[in-house]
Ligand binder design. Structure first.
Ligand code: NAP
Length: 462
């Protein structure tokens, strides 16, 4: 094909899978990322004690090795690269910016100090530069995590791991230090529905039972399954539901081992309000029962029976939420860019020429890393179909060199993939010296300083 130049905004898994497909079809791909570092939630979201999952980045490095691939880190879309610049340099753009915010509980007390988004805690312990200065009061004895998804599992696990367990991971150094002095003994995980409706997956619920110093407590009442789900389990239809319910039943049947820390799983409870004057001192919850809704799903309904749990920290873990981009249509309610199979659509549902979307900002915050591959293939396939049919932008300067010249006139200190690989090697070397898989740079200034230093070092063959 004649040179087709595609911009991708964002550098997480969905961005790389889209790039892979486009590069295989002969396109030139320029990827722009706000942070100097790539990989999105694989670096900033996946829990540090899940190093095996993080090894998927090797696949992204292979994609980036294609000579038609360019990476521009430390570039802010809307400031360094403008929406109106795009048609001058690219045939099309794919937005792959993920979900930068989170959902709120909308209950009284939610804004008290000590009440946090789980996503903030996750970004903090993963060394995300925007969250390194967050503070969590780990001197309290008990914390609550609201929600029954895999992020709730991650947060509970990281709160309850021992310093030795954490030191074996690439958790940010300041988080390792803070968590090493944590006084938290009990973490409540509060699910608004039952064990059969939990959103976490079976390996994650089982992993909670394998912590060195914490044990999972489930009361027999909490392990009870509603009759409708019991029927479903009997039918053997839903493997995840069966595995999840079995895990909870095992926890309920288990004799306490006497480990010093507890993870107490409560089901069929919703948060009503956070209690406290200048910081969280407790959470009032209400008992629910399940009722069938019109679409057949089981929804929680309050019984009116309330209870107060004495906790000093609350993490709401009820879902990520996308945020809008300058100049791009946005559906505020769902936190996504409205689209038809990856083609961005305007309010009147008309397809907008040249603009595409993939990943969480396309479909919402669901699925595992691999879910992004077919999602991105769908988007990239439609994009190439449109380009080949002439339904695209017709750029005057469809070359990476022209984009680089533009960034240089704007004095943007962009980071290349070679810069990132050098920084990556530095992080791994710093970690090795401490017997850890990696010691992350957690401030943008530090990252850029290390990159500058590396740029001045002669490379082999110089
Ligand atoms: P999630 O899977 O959508 O779970 C959200 C949880 O919050 C659900 O249990 C939901 O309950 C609950 N919830 C929603 N609104 C609530 C409210 N107002 N009050 C109480 N509870 C409420 O979201 P997530 O945990 O943020 O995970 C996002 C995605 O990343 C998921 O696809 C997840 O599997 C994935 N992820 C995977 C891993 C892994 O593979 N290890 C790790 C982290 C994240 P209802 O079901 O009742 O709505």
């Amino acid at each position: 094909m004649a040179e087709v130049h595609i911009a991708i905004i964002g550098a997480g898994p969905a961005a790389f899978y889209a790039a892979e497909y486009l590069l295989k079809s002969g396109a030139v791909v320029s990827m722009f990322e706000l942070l100097p570092t790539p990989y999105g939630l694989v670096r900033g979201g996946v829990a540090p004690d899940h190093q095996k999952i993080k090894s998927v980045t090797k696949v992204y490095d292979r994609i980036a090795a294609n000579p038609n691939f360019r990476y521009y880190g430390n570039v802010e879309f809307g400031r360094d690269l403008l929406h109106e610049d795009l048609p001058n340099y690219f045939h099309a753009v794919i937005y792959a910016t993920g979900a930068q915010s989170d959902r709120h509980m909308n209950i009284p007390g939610e804004d008290l100090p000590g009440s946090h988004a789980a996503t903030e805690f996750v970004a903090w312990y993963n060394g995300h530069p925007f969250y390194r200065d967050s503070k969590f009061d780990l001197s309290v004895k008990a914390a609550a995590v609201i929600g029954n998804g895999n992020v709730a599992m991650d947060v509970a696990r990281i709160l309850e791991r021992t310093p030795e367990e954490l030191a074996a991971t690439d958790i940010a150094d300041y988080a390792l230090e803070a968590l090493s002095h944590s006084q938290i003994e009990t973490v409540y995980i509060l699910g608004r529905r039952g064990p059969a409706q939990a959103a976490y997956t079976t390996p994650e619920i089982k992993e909670l039972g394998e912590l060195a110093a914490a044990e999972v407590i489930v009361s027999p009442q909490d392990a009870e399954i509603d009759p409708l789900s019991a029927e479903l389990i009997q039918s053997g239809a839903d493997r995840t539901m069966i595995g999840n319910v079995e895990a909870i039943r095992r926890y309920a049947a288990h004799e306490p081992e006497g480990k010093p820390r507890k993870i107490v799983m409560r089901f069929l409870v919703s948060p009503l309000r956070l209690i406290g004057t200048d910081h969280v001192e407790g959470i009032e919850i209400v008992k629910n029962r399940l009722v069938a809704s019109d679409d057949g799903s089981l929804r929680p309904k309050s019984t009116g029976e309330t209870e107060i749990l004495p906790v000093g920290l609350v993490f709401r873990s009820i879902g990520y939420k996308g945020t809008g981009l300058p100049g791009v249509p946005f559906n505020e309610r769902d936190g996504v860019i409205p689209n038809a199979a990856g083609r961005v659509v305007a309010q009147d549902l008309q397809i907008i020429t040249g603009e595409y979307v993939t990943g969480w900002i396309k479909r919402g915050p669901s699925g595992i890393i691999g879910t992004n591959k077919p999602d991105s293939v769908e988007t990239a396939t439609n994009l190439l179909k449109d380009v080949n049919a002439g339904r695209s932008w017709h750029p005057a300067n469809p070359h990476p060199e022209a984009v680089e010249a533009l960034l240089e006139t704007r004095a943007v200190d962009y980071v290349t993939y070679a810069d990132w690989r050098a920084l990556d090697a530095d992080e791994v070397a710093r970690g090795k010296a401490l017997g850890r898989p990696r010691l992350k740079f957690t401030s943008i200034e530090e990252m850029l300083a290390a990159i500058r230093e590396r740029r001045q070092q002669p490379t082999a063959g110089d």
